[in-house]
Design a protein around this ligand. Sequence first.
Ligand SMILES: Cc1cc2nc3c(=O)[nH]c(=O)nc-3n(C[C@H](O)[C@H](O)[C@H](O)COP(=O)(O)O)c2cc1C
Length: 205
Amino acid sequence: MTSSIAKPRIVAFTGSTRRPSKSRTLAETIGRAVANHIDARIDCFDVADARPGLGAAFNRHQLSAEASVIVEAVERADALIAITPVYKGSYTGLFKHLFDFVDQEALANLPVLIGATGGGHRHALIVEHQLRPLFGFFSSQVVSTAIYASDHEFLDGRLVDPGVIERVETAALQLAALLEARRPSELLAGRQDRLDRLHAVHAVS
Ligand SMILES: Cc1cc2nc3c(=O)[nH]c(=O)nc-3n(C[C@H](O)[C@H](O)[C@H](O)COP(=O)(O)O)c2cc1C
């Protein structure tokens, strides 16, 4: 029998402009791990998908079509996987720039899994010191296990480090559990509620 309840949509967004990208590999690895636990649609975007139309925009009306698609996908997601490369000890400027366009109410109570990739382990705590507070601002439900992977934990375009893979499994299970707990009524009602508020905001702006 086919269910009339829509699959939850998980949006992964990464702050890398480069291809191939370790951050994107990490986001896709996490997405697959979540999909082992819950039947969900997973859409992956990065700054490279947004093209220069993200960085050139000073306000939402100036966003390119490609960048708008990503901002709207983030706002309408049922859960988020947010991954950034470390640049100069922080998230990338364009990663933050995208979230600066996200409606401040849109991610409230949203399950979010956070992660970062870096050249080494020196900046591993950016997940706790920078990403977690960012989603605290949005009042999101950030899963307790954050992921950090450094360059040498990837090989031939794959995440290979057993310790990081184990953390991915743990965090994916936590995200799936949060999503599952919201289905079906809270998930659908929550999404509809967020959409209604967004439409109201855009109708007056
Ligand atoms: C401009 C720039 C700044 C960087 N700064 C740091 C840093 O401060 N700390 C660190 O551990 N790695 C740093 N890196 C390395 C990247 O974070 C790392 O290679 C990351 O995995 C790249 O992700 P990507 O393949 O998704 O682009 C930097 C890389 C670039 C290009």
